[in-house]
Structures are given as C-alpha cells and as structure tokens.
Design a protein around this ligand. Structure first.
Ligand SMILES: [Zn+2]
Length: 233
C-alpha cells in the first residue's frame, strides 16, 4: 500500500477481518462476520509509487461473521510475526508465558496481561492470514473478558490445525529492564511449548534489557516479539 497511489483505490474497513481483493494476497475465504475488515480494490494500474496527501479513498463498513481459517491458497510454509507491549504498574502480578514471576509490579490489562502469550497468538494468527488477537478475542465479548491467555493460545492452535498447519519453530524475544528472566526462562519455555503442543526444541525464548532508556528501560513497560514458522501437515 505504501508504495502505490491510493487515489483511485476503494478501501473498506470492517471489524475483524483484514482481507485484500488483490489475488496474490487473498489467502483465506473468511466468512462474513460482525467484525472488521480492510478491503482494497485497485481501480487503476500501480504507476505512481507515491501516496498523495490528497488521495481520495472510499471508506465503507462491512459486517462479517467470525473468521474461519480455511486457506484458499495452500502454501508449504507460512511465517508470522507478533508484537505486544504492556504497561507495568505496582499491585499487579507479572505473568509471562503462563508463569508468575516475582516482581514489584505487573501488567495492567483486562486479561492476565501475558505479553509473551499475546504476541505468540498474534504470530500464529498472522501466519494464518487472520486478524489480530484484539479482533479475534475482543474484550467486549463476555466469552473472552478476563480469560487466561492460555485460552487464546489454545484457540490460535486450534485455528492453525483447522487450516492444516503445524508449528515448525518459534523464536521469541522479551524486552524488559527488570527482573532478570534467566532463572525463569526454561520453565517459561517448557510451559509455552506445552500450551502449543510443540516439542520444546522448536520453541526458543530470549530476553534482553532496553538499556535503561524509554519506558521499557525504566521498568514502566514490557514488550515481546515473536516470529513463527508454520508447516503444512
Ligand atoms: Zn497483550
């Protein structure tokens, strides 16, 4: 999108599904849902590699049913990336990878605020070409409100299997200034592998500080990145 003119494009946004009508990007047949989707229809050739500030785009809301992970394009591998960040506040438990880590503060969130599990879910959903965790599991839905993040992982894994994929490998990086995670890394990794139903050898976990700068480095937030490779079963 950034490399093309949008002046003659029609963009439709609904609540949970991001879908492009460009053939090369339309991986899934997602059923109509009550959620949100981004639809791009190009009406002229991509000749201008500039996004104009005066671009005219039509915005349209589309109602759609819950996403179904039925891929229309079968690929041997699919890669996904997940990112998450939570604010750290005193008075909350710090739960990472389903493990309660002793600390003077934790994540303020409607769920258990598990930054690692959330970004792993987003990586799986991203690999499947599905919308993100907030759209698949909206906190406005009583079904998901206050749910343990392991519930989200299990649902993402179910969608992955339904689409015909299994985990190849996963690499995650946690970013926080304190506390040191090295004493907890193995138990977090083992628990994550168990939740995913994957062999621990394909689940890698790293942690680093933020050099005492910005909110991450000042013990005011925690973030995580995950890259995952899915393989066709
Ligand atoms: Zn989160």
């Amino acid at each position: 999108m950034a490399a093309t003119s949008v002046s003659a494009s029609s963009i439709a946004i609904s609540h949970s599904v991001v879908r492009s009508h460009l053939p090369a990007r339309n991986h899934f047949n997602l059923q109509p849902s009550s959620a949100f989707s981004l639809r791009l229809t190009e009406t002229r050739p991509r000749t201008k590699p500039v996004v104009s500030a005066s671009a005219s785009a039509a915005l349209e809301v589309v109602d759609q049913a819950p996403a179904s992970a039925t891929p229309s394009k079968t690929l041997p591998f699919r890669v996904g990336h997940g990112f998450d960040l939570h604010r750290l506040e005193p008075g909350y438990p710090l739960i990472i990878g389903g493990i309660n880590i002793p600390h003077d503060r934790g994540c303020e969130a409607h769920s258990d605020g598990d930054v690692l599990l959330h970004c792993v879910v987003d990586a799986i959903l991203g690999a499947l070409g599905l919308p993100d965790i907030g759209q698949i599991f909206p906190d406005s839905d009583p079904k998901w409100r206050g749910a343990a993040s392991s519930v989200f992982i299990k649902e993402a894994v179910r969608l992955m299997h339904e689409a015909g994929y299994e985990i190849g490998n996963l690499d995650a990086t946690l970013i926080l200034q304190r506390p040191k995670l090295s004493p907890h890394k193995e138990v977090m990794r083992a628990n994550l592998a168990k939740l995913l139903g994957a062999d621990p050898s394909v689940v890698n976990l790293k942690a680093k500080t933020h050099e005492k700068v910005d909110s991450l480095g000042e013990n005011r937030s925690i973030a995580a990145h995950t890259v995952i490779l899915l393989m066709r079963k």
